[in-house]
Write a protein that binds this ligand. Structure first.
Ligand code: PEP
Length: 251
């Protein structure tokens, strides 16, 4: 039985005051104990969020880390070890916005994945097809290639301490959500693909769905056999909405 995880990606949102308020509001919500809950604030707010969240059960992760593990001459970068040092426990790697805006390649993402695990962080490997890829019938091939970018080099054992997030690019921040059937189909394909490396690990790895998840559609998505929770952007900035999504994952 896989324990559900709901993760809130706060992207480049918030101020010191609004982040504090959001965490205060989340602490007042009824979060299910059967669900792991994580939030990913911007880098500048990580330390304050970690200090505040340490009083409760919410885990804090980073939205990115450097490819290089050790400290060094990498202006503007933050290493996974530095993130671990301040109390982060997870990190997103390969989010489509970084693939697109920062032109991150599969090979860079694999190096970030390695750095994250070497520092003791749990990487959340984000994969997903663009609308053009879906329309060309390439959705499955695209996500398999993105998963292979890590598994071919590292093997399936690395998924013991990792999460996969399937996020169709066309559904991120657009209000368009994959139907539960569309999402389930790709999740099942990802799990089958991982099973070609290791059947037990395929059964154990958590695969989250992301792409305009909200309280109104979460229950239907999370009811699917291979969807183990969500990676939530916009809706995670509202404590009531986010906690309702967390409760949907617990049902
Ligand atoms: C995301 O950024 O990972 C995401 C899924 O965003 P949204 O929920 O806003 O589509």
């Amino acid at each position: 039985m896989r324990r559900p995880l709901v993760a809130g990606n706060w992207k480049m949102h918030g101020t010191c005051a609004s982040i504090k308020q959001l965490l205060n509001e989340l602490a007042e919500q009824d979060l299910p104990t059967s669900v792991d809950v994580a939030v990913f604030p911007g880098l500048i707010h990580l330390q304050a969020a970690i200090a505040q969240a340490s009083q409760g059960s919410i885990v804090v992760g980073s939205q990115d880390c450097a490819v290089q593990l050790e400290e060094g001459a990498m202006t503007g970068e933050t290493s996974a070890l530095q993130l671990e040092d301040i109390g982060c426990s997870m990190v997103l790697v390969g989010h489509s916005e970084r693939r697109q805006l920062q032109e991150e390649t599969d090979s860079v993402i694999c190096r970030k994945f390695i750095a994250a695990q070497a520092a003791g962080l749990t990487p959340v490997l984000c994969v997903g097809e663009t609308l053009a890829e879906r329309e060309a019938g390439l959705a499955v091939a695209t996500v398999q290639k993105q998963v292979d970018a890590v598994l071919v080099e590292l093997g399936a054992d690395v998924l013991h301490n990792a999460v996969i997030a399937y996020e169709p690019v066309w559904a991120i921040g657009t209000g368009l959500t994959a139907t539960p059937e569309q999402a389930q189909e790709i999740h099942a394909q990802i799990r089958e693909h991982v099973a070609q490396y290791s059947a037990p690990i395929a059964q154990q790895v958590r695969i989250l769905y992301g792409g305009s998840v909200k309280a109104a559609n979460a229950a239907e998505l999370f009811a699917q056999a291979d969807i183990d929770g969500g990676l939530v952007g916009g809706a995670s900035l509202n404590a009531k909405e986010f906690s309702a999504i967390c409760r949907a994952a617990g049902n």
